[in-house]
Design a protein around this ligand. Structure first.
Ligand code: ATR
Length: 281
């Protein structure tokens, strides 16, 4: 829902466990300042078994906007008074707006995922052929929904836990368009894909790099990694070496924050280089 810019001080927070490395406060506080709004955005470390009580405690303290991150995005669905269609389909809520004490939940990761593609490859043709997606966690679910919504004819979904990929496919809006590929075969069905997307946590600091052979990949296929630390993961560096266009993950983080900010502060913020540099530094 689009709100008017509120006249009172707005308090929002990102809730996770752990949460101290979250970049969300940098993003939202930057926009509060940039647009001259009265508000503040904080972090709240709340363990899953205390989530309901923790949220109510924050509401009592005057908070009216929440972002949810690991491990809360699925759990919080049942704590909302109203959840929009998209969040229900994805099975995850990452944004809550509190109005008259009621919790309205939505999912802005789907928007963030697709807007980032638009920034990098504005004329990307989703309908041109299959797209390979690695990972079936929360981010994988958002990616699959975004790609189906955009008209992708076939998604080749591969996840270490096969059953999780099967569940994602079965619950998607059009399961006939989602083909589950065993994790061991993730590099074996890439010859006709128009894009390869990594939504797993592989490649992040302290995690191994993703192992995948890009030999089959057509040189025009885009390679998108939603990991943004480091900005250029091994997967993206390999793709650059073979001349494939790459899409870095930072834009997904920045874009998913925009509709959340809008629903609390009434302003749809624009991205700029200064913010991107602050978040990456
Ligand atoms: P998020 O919400 O950020 O997607 P998540 O739900 O924990 O986080 O999902 C993490 C993803 O990375 C999952 O697809 C996970 O695979 P499993 O579903 O099999 O757990 C994937 N992942 C994590 N570590 C991995 C590894 N060592 N090898 C392959 N996939 C891995």
């Amino acid at each position: 829902m689009i709100a008017e810019a509120p006249s009172e001080f707005v308090k929002a927070a990102v809730i996770g466990h752990p949460i101290k490395h979250s970049k969300s406060p940098i993003i939202h506080n930057y926009w509060i300042k940039k647009y001259g709004l009265a508000g503040a955005y904080e972090t709240a470390d709340i363990p899953p078994d205390n989530l309901r009580r923790g949220l109510m405690g924050l509401v009592t303290r005057g908070f009216t906007g929440f972002n949810l991150t690991l491990p809360h995005k699925e759990l919080v669905l049942d704590m909302c008074d109203e959840v929009d269609d998209l969040a229900r389909r994805v099975g995850a809520v990452n944004t809550i707006t509190v109005r008259d004490g009621l919790f309205f939940g939505t999912n802005t990761d789907v928007f963030g995922f697709a807007e980032n593609i638009r920034d990098h490859v504005p004329d990307f043709n989703y309908e041109a052929g299959p797209i390979a997606v690695l990972g079936a966690g929360g981010a994988g679910r958002a990616a699959v929904h975004a790609l189906l919504d955009q008209g992708c004819p076939k998604i080749r979904l591969s996840n270490r836990s096969f059953d999780k990929a099967m569940t994602l496919a079965a619950r998607s809006v059009d399961s006939a368009r989602v083909q589950v590929i065993p994790w061991e075969e993730r590099g074996a069905h890439l010859a006709d894909v128009k894009m390869l997307v990594n939504t797993t946590s592989l490649g992040m600091p302290g995690r191994p790099d993703i192992e995948i052979n890009l030999r089959q990949l057509n040189p025009t296929a885009c390679v998108y990694d939603i990991v943004y630390t480091p900005l250029y993961t091994k997967l993206l560096r390999d793709a650059q070496e073979t001349g494939n266009p790459v899409i870095t993950g930072i834009g997904m983080l920045l874009h998913q924050a925009r509709p959340a900010f809008q629903s609390w502060f009434g302003v749809m913020p624009e991205l700029d280089k200064e913010l991107q540099e602050m978040v990456l530094s």
